[in-house]
Design a protein around this ligand. Structure first.
Ligand SMILES: Nc1ncnc2c1ncn2[C@@H]1O[C@H](COP(=O)(O)OP(=O)(O)OP(=O)(O)O)[C@@H](O)[C@H]1O
Ligand SMILES: [Mg+2]
Length: 505
């Protein structure tokens, strides 16, 4: 059988970075082909070349055995290549339907004005076929990250692609949404579509992939069968070394000896923070568990002053704090690492070092120009080493780093700020297996230094292994608190689904 797509000896460099070196890859019709590799391995670059976003330096790309050359995403689309980008590329000020059909909107009868009704009807048809309850007229900027990701997927499907590229499509989806996406992927595969699937979630491999290709440092390592290869073997190929894992938090003594760093009392804000109270001690990691949309991010945002609070009190080191905006929170030593790095975390147009020192500029501004430059440079290279951020230099624009490495820059930025209380919202989203254990080690060492840490995570195993204590939320309320010793996945899930109406009954 002739492959749908085949890639031979493909190379691509950016200034200072050899992103791909003589890579090979092959996609058959009707297969789900997973592409794996650490942050910065070259996965997104390879996909962007296949989708006409970047041009290659050398090598061949064949479709059905014929050489192709795409000079733009539009040309690739015309040849049936659809891509869901890792960093969502939607326009916040346009509706769902407008985003799905941007550039190819149905025109009115005279071809002069847009036919909004027709547009919405077409969008609704696709959304319904995906079992999505999204209003085509809703502004994309008002949607959650998960819904935005679904809109990107709907958009790619609307092109009737023969080749469908999904670059970390599930990073913001919950289990039910992932199951729905997998149903759609299998449906497309059975129609003969070739699907390239990128993810850092190893358990997804076994569920959805037929074959796996591994890249390391921009080079091809191997292509193997997903069914016949163990996850450990694939990780081994990705990292080229054995990983030292972080031991789970010892679950013996209850850590309530540390002094209380943060106390939140009866906090109410918007629809998803209802009468929330909790304490956070120095040196502890408090896990926040719950389903997507339970209100965990909203609690963090309310404490951080990013969203208005209706009632309740926040005490920092026992003293009542008036927090109305993020800068108030920062002045009280509270940091928040957003789950949505693009919207809240990073200035993607600025370079790595500016982003790292940005939230703490005052510390540097007191110095003269030359000292300041040197100090900033030294600080940046310290964090680049500490977190193994893959970048050609400290002056590289952050937007040009791979997704996982951008996430590390957000972490560096808050570490530099030296806060006492840190909210980590989905800190390992989009982070490869190796870097994940680095981040776990880092959280542990921060707690060891006496920082008070809240870790919001949708991955239960992560919550279980990292937390000293676990708070569970459902629909804006705290439904339970568990010491790590008593916590199990079942117990957490029970609390995470304990809805107010059920409790009353
Ligand atoms: N437009 C660009 N300009 C400069 N360097 C780039 C650009 N795009 C990617 N790179 C670099 O190329 C390398 C490969 O990046 P790529 O985004 O392909 O990695 P990835 O495998 O998708 O990683 P992740 O898992 O973090 O998403 C990285 O070192 C990255 O910094
Ligand atoms: Mg990527």
């Amino acid at each position: 059988m002739i492959p749908l797509v085949s890639v031979n000896r493909l190379s691509k460099s950016f200034p200072g970075v050899r992103a791909l070196h003589e890579v090979q890859f092959e996609l058959m019709a009707g297969e789900v082909h997973a592409l794996m590799g650490e942050n910065g391995a070259g996965k997104s670059t390879l996909m962007k070349i296949l989708a006409g976003v970047y041009t290659r330096d050398s090598g061949d790309i064949l479709h059905d055995g014929q050489p192709v050359e795409f000079m733009s995403p539009r040309e690739a689309q015309a040849m049936g290549v659809g891509i869901i980008h890792q960093e969502l590329q939607l326009m916040n000020h346009l509706t769902v339907a407008q985003n799905m059909f941007i550039g190819r909107e149905p025109r009115g009868r005279l071809g002069l004005f847009l036919d909004e009704d027709k547009l919405n009807a077409q969008a609704r048809e696709i959304l319904t076929s995906m079992h999505l309850r999204l209003d085509p007229r809703a502004m994309v900027g008002s949607l959650t990250v998960a819904s935005q990701q679904m809109v990107e997927i709907a958009k790619a499907l609307s092109f009737d692609s023969r080749v469908l590229i999904m670059d970390e499509p599930t990073s913001a989806l919950n289990d039910a949404e992932i199951a729905e996406l997998f149903r759609i992927i299998r449906q497309q595969r059975d129609r003969g579509v070739g699907i390239i699937y990128i993810s850092h979630k190893m358990d997804e491999l076994k569920q959805i992939a037929d074959r796996v290709t591994v890249l390391r440092d921009g080079e091809y390592v191997a292509t193997v069968s997903a069914r016949d290869t163990s996850v450990e073997a694939i990780i081994g190929m990705m990292v080229g070394r054995t990983l030292t894992d972080v031991a789970p938090t010892p679950r013996t003594a209850d850590k309530d000896t540390g002094e209380v760093a943060l106390e939140v009392k009866h906090l109410t804000a918007g629809a998803l923070v209802k009468d929330v109270s909790f304490t956070l001690r120095k040196g502890e990691i408090l896990g926040f568990a719950g389903l997507m949309g339970a209100g965990r991010t909203e609690v963090a945002r309310a404490v951080f002053g990013a969203d208005p609070v209706e009632s309740g009190e926040i005490l920092v080191h026992g003293v009542k704090a008036a927090i109305r905006k993020p800068s108030d929170a920062v002045a009280h030593g509270i940091g928040y690492l957003s789950e949505d790095r693009k919207r809240f975390g990073l200035a993607t147009g600025m370079d790595v070092e500016s982003n790292i020192v940005m939230s703490n500029l005052r510390k540097f501004l007191s110095l003269n120009f030359f000292l300041r430059r040197a100090r900033i440079r030294r600080t940046a290279s310290h964090f680049i080493d500490l977190l193994s951020i893959r970048t050609p230099s400290a002056t590289q624009q952050v937007g040009l780093l791979s997704g996982g490495n951008q996430q590390k820059v957000v972490i560096a930025k808050w570490l530099e700020r030296d806060c006492d209380v840190l909210f980590f919202d989905e800190p390992t989203r989009g982070i490869d297996v190796g870097a994940k254990s680095e981040i776990y080690k880092l959280l542990r060492s921060l707690a060891g230094q006496g920082k008070a840490i809240v870790m919001i995570s949708s991955e239960l195993p992560e919550i279980l292994r990292m937390s000293d204590r676990i708070v569970v939320m459902c629909e804006g309320r705290i439904t339970g608190e568990l010491p790590a010793v008593d916590a199990t996945q079942e117990r957490i899930m029970q609390l995470a689904t304990q809805r107010e109406t059920l409790k009353a009954a």
